[in-house]
Each structure stands twice: as C-alpha cells, then as structure tokens.
Design a binder for this molecule. Structure first.
Ligand SMILES: Nc1ncnc2c1ncn2[C@@H]1O[C@H](COP(=O)(O)OP(=O)(O)OP(=O)(O)O)[C@@H](O)[C@H]1O
Length: 249
C-alpha cells in the first residue's frame, strides 16, 4: 500500500543554503501493508521524523520515491483524504482561535460530498468515537488537557476515513496513564476504520503494544525489520539496549 523505494534525503548542516549537505536518510526502502501497524523505532536524530515528512509528501526525497497505492505522494491529489497525520505537539496542532468543531471540520470542509448538517453530525460522531462528549465541540485548545487535545487531533485525522495515518511520537508527550488510554483508542479505531498506521517512536513499550512489525532505524538506515512477537530475538544493539532497560526496570 505505502511503498518507500531507495529514498535518500540530505539537509545542509546549518539548515540554510550554505554548508555541506549531510545525508539524513540513506537508501531507505520498505513497504507498509494494508491494515498493518508498522513501527519506526530509533534513537533521537536517527531520521524518523524526516522519514515521516517524506511519507506524508510534505518534503521531497533527493533520490527514490514514496508511493501510495502505486502513485507518488508528492502529488496532493494522491494523498488528499487518504493519508493523514498525528504529531507529538498536540497543542500547536490545533489552531488557538478554532473551536474543537472548527478544528475537526478543517479537513472535512475540503470534502464536497457532505452537506453542512452531515459534517456537523460527523463531528459529534467522531468526538464520541475518540471518547469525548460532543459538548467538547465548543471548547478551544487551551481549555483541553493534553490527552483531550490529542483525542481531538486523532478525531481530525480519522475524519476523512484515511487509509493510513502517520503517527509521529503521538503519545510521547502524554502522561503514562493517558498514553495507555490513547494507545488503546488508536487500536480500536484502526479496527473500526480498517486503516494502516505508521507509528514513529523511540518508545519500545508503546511500539510493542500497538505495532505488528517494527523497522529499527539507525543513522538514517534501516538496521533491522522485525515482527513484534520476535522482538526478543532482535539483533540490533539499539533494540537490545532498549529491551534490557525494560527488563532492569
Ligand atoms: N529541516 C532540516 N534542516 C536541517 N537539518 C534537519 C532538518 N530536519 C532534520 N534535520 C536533521 O536531521 C537529523 C534527523 O532529524 P529527525 O528529526 O528526522 O530525527 P528523529 O529520529 O525524528 O529524532 P527525534 O526522535 O529526536 O525527534 C537531525 O540531525 C536533525 O538535526
């Protein structure tokens, strides 16, 4: 369904137009299958979020391509309504001047097929599906807790019934107890909407709870691909280190 083929990506060292480019992603190839939750696990700076932006068509690879159902995601029409995202920073993901209803309606408004009243009742349904009372629709972002705000971001991400959601550290900023609730919710919604997830994280516990398969990224390369049930046999030093830290904890 989502195919990454021989992708390279570099950035200028200072992020500007001067300086020597540094290769952040090196010949990355993999596929995320329909209905799968694919984890992308790696330490800070390994290139996970860069990969996430390329998957969403927000940036262009220097070499190679990202194909969604055979078509390049760089074209807006290929990803519109079918690919969506939930990021770590839930507070800035919701426009401060928007009510929850306006935030959820944003992607829905691009859909011509729904009438205004259909869109309104869809907002109520989406809020219920993410475990929030429909009365939340008149609240603003600053009136929400972290967990509530992330639920609103999830409601917005599923509003167009996408085929795939890229979740970049989507639970990392939440309290541990709220993380578990949101992970459970994501699992239920994945079933309900028959979606795929790309779950970007440095948290092996969260990844092993929600993912079917995990790609371990190191220095911009895929070090290992492993099914969650085989995690204990992971070869990469990074994964072994993470597993050990869990056991000693
Ligand atoms: N727009 C940019 N311009 C220049 N360098 C960048 C840019 N985006 C990312 N980088 C660099 O690319 C490297 C990989 O960053 P990236 O955010 O993809 O890593 P990550 O694995 O997601 O890290 P973290 O877990 O800390 O978020 C970092 O060294 C970062 O400084």
């Amino acid at each position: 369904m989502l195919n990454v083929v021989n992708v390279d990506k570099s950035y200028k060292a200072d992020g500007m137009f001067t300086g020597k480019p540094r290769k952040i992603l090196k010949n990355v190839s993999f596929e995320c299958f329909s209905g799968e939750c694919l984890g992308i696990l790696g330490e800070s700076g390994s290139g996970k979020s860069t990969l996430g932006r390329l998957l969403l068509g927000l940036e262009k690879p220097d070499r190679g391509s990202v194909l969604f159902e055979g078509k390049n995601v760089i074209h807006r029409t290929v990803r519109k309504g079918k690919l969506s995202a939930v990021f770590q920073d839930y507070t800035s993901s919701i426009h401060p001047m928007f009510t929850v209803e306006q935030a959820i309606l944003e992607p829905l408004n691009a859909q011509q097929s729904l009438s205004r009243s259909e869109k309104r009742s869809k907002v109520d349904l989406l809020l219920t599906q993410v475990g929030l009372d429909p009365a939340y629709k008149s609240k603003y972002a600053h009136e929400l807790s972290g967990g509530e705000a992330q639920r609103v971001c999830i409601a917005r991400a599923i509003s167009t019934e996408p085929r795939c959601i890229v979740l970049d550290e989507a639970v990392s900023s939440l309290d541990v107890s709220v993380q578990i609730q949101v992970l459970k919710l994501l699992k239920q919604l994945k079933q309900l909407y028959a979606m795929s997830y790309i779950f970007i994280t440095h948290d092996i516990m969260a990844a092993s709870y929600i993912c079917d398969r995990i790609l371990v990224v190191k220095d911009g390369q895929i070090e290992e691909t492993i099914r969650v049930e085989n995690l204990k046999e992971a070869k990469s030093a990074y994964t072994q280190r993470l597993l050990k830290s869990l056991i000693s904890f």
